[in-house]
Design a protein around this ligand. Structure first.
Ligand code: NAD
Ligand code: ZN
Length: 360
């Protein structure tokens, strides 16, 4: 047996208000006056003085606001990298992503592509990155994806939606300040929070499970139950705990894999542009056959928070469109192997996936 030797986030700061320390965290990483820090910030924070006034800017540092209607594309990353190369005489001192999974993934991908030649689509896959990234920092403002801790950055390319998975992808520094999540709208809080819940279920029910993944997965699962089903937490406690659940959920899948919901959700996202959190919810709602207990609990959570998921999104699709989604889902082989075991190909068919998609 060959075991994988995974990198982790090198430094993490946790606490309400810890974002105030960004200045001192970055100071020692500055490479010079001409090597700026580039801050990618979710454009929901444009004009939000409470947050932006604390972004420490000097010399040629720059804030770039990122719209988040759509998930990151490889072409978008290539453009952002080109913009930096054209505008500055030196490589940046660091790239900082302040936002949800979208902005954090953009920060990771840009930091990798500044030091690796060619186009980002050529690096979608596992361990194709050869050179270390620029110093990069993740500051989540919504909790659940685990993007702050993972070794991937998920991009939609011309041919597929697939991560750049590499040892250089994880952040060098993460700032976990739960207070930054206070403005998240309720529905989005639920969708992104459920991404974490689904990570736990898929990891804990998967065939790749081991004590490493289990210990993180169980903790995250327990926190999700408390956050989404109990009535005992204050809003602040709930924010603190969801931030840690996201971290643990991400750690859990680091040493295992996700499963059926993620595979199918990638199909929805690729064809219809449905975002990760809500896509997982739409799919997971129909997976009682694979995750009976997890889906029952998910339905309880959905009801408790009065969440109405879109229905019938695939009802009008043509067969060739469904085929595209089935192809995307089935191409994610490690996810199926984790969910169904080594001989997964005998357990899941195109017909089965088509039937499931048509229910959504
Ligand atoms: P997101 O980045 O799509 O953001 C969701 C919405 O929440 C946006 O409209 C954003 O503006 C808003 N928002 C964020 N913080 C806010 C705040 N504090 N106040 C008000 N609004 C706020 O959401 P997400 O669910 O965190 O990320 C999804 C993305 O993450 C997808 O692109 C997915 O592929 C990726 N992802 C990556 C990993 C990974 O390991 N790299 C894992 C899972 C998902
Ligand atoms: Zn996910």
């Amino acid at each position: 047996m060959i075991y994988k030797n995974y990198p982790m986030v090198s430094r993490v700061i946790f606490g309400r208000g810890s974002f105030n320390q960004l200045d001192e965290i970055l100071a020692s990483k500055r490479k010079g006056r001409n090597a700026p820090f580039i801050f990618y910030v979710d454009d929901v924070f444009k004009g939000n003085h409470w947050l932006t006034s604390r972004i420490p800017l000097s010399y040629k540092d720059k804030i770039i606001y990122i719209p988040t209607e759509e998930e990151p594309k490889t072409s978008q990353i290539d453009k952002l990298v080109e913009d930096i190369i054209l505008e500055f005489s030196e490589l940046p001192s660091g790239i900082i992503g302040i936002g949800g999974g979208i902005v954090m993934d953009i920060a990771k991908a840009v930091s990798l592509m500044l030091t690796n030649p060619g186009e980002s689509k050529d690096y979608q896959g596992w361990d194709l990155i050869k050179n270390p990234a620029i110093y990069h920092v993740g500051v989540p403002t919504i909790s659940g994806t685990g993007a702050e801790v993972s070794r991937t950055t998920i991009l939609t390319g011309p041919d597929r939606k697939l991560g750049i998975n590499s040892d250089y992808t994880p952040f060098d520094q993460v700032v976990l300040d739960p207070e930054l999540t206070k403005g998240v709208p309720k529905d989005q809080w639920f969708y992104t929070g459920m991404d974490c819940f689904v990570h736990c279920v898929e990891s804990l029910d998967g065939t790749f499970l081991n004590a490493f993944s289990q210990s993180y997965g169980e903790k995250a699962f327990e926190l999700c139950k408390e956050i989404f089903l109990s009535d005992t937490l204050t809003e602040e406690e709930s924010q603190d705990k969801l931030m840690m659940a996201s971290w643990h959920g991400g750690m859990s899948i680091a040493y295992s894999q996700v499963g059926v919901a993620h595979a199918m959700s990638y199909g929805l996202s690729y064809l219809l542009g449905i975002k990760h959190g809500i896509g997982n919810c739409i799919v997971f709602d129909h997976l009682e056959e694979y995750y009976p207990e997890g889906v029952a609990m998910f339905k309880q959570m959905k009801e408790k928070h009065n969440i109405e998921l879109p229905q019938g999104i695939c009802a009008e699709l043509h067969d060739d469109q469904i085929d595209i989604m089935v192809n995307v889902a089935l191409s994610l082989e490690p996810l199926w192997e984790n969910a169904l075991g080594k001989n997964w190909k005998t357990k899941i068919t195109r017909e089965k996936l088509t039937t499931l998609y048509k229910k959504m």
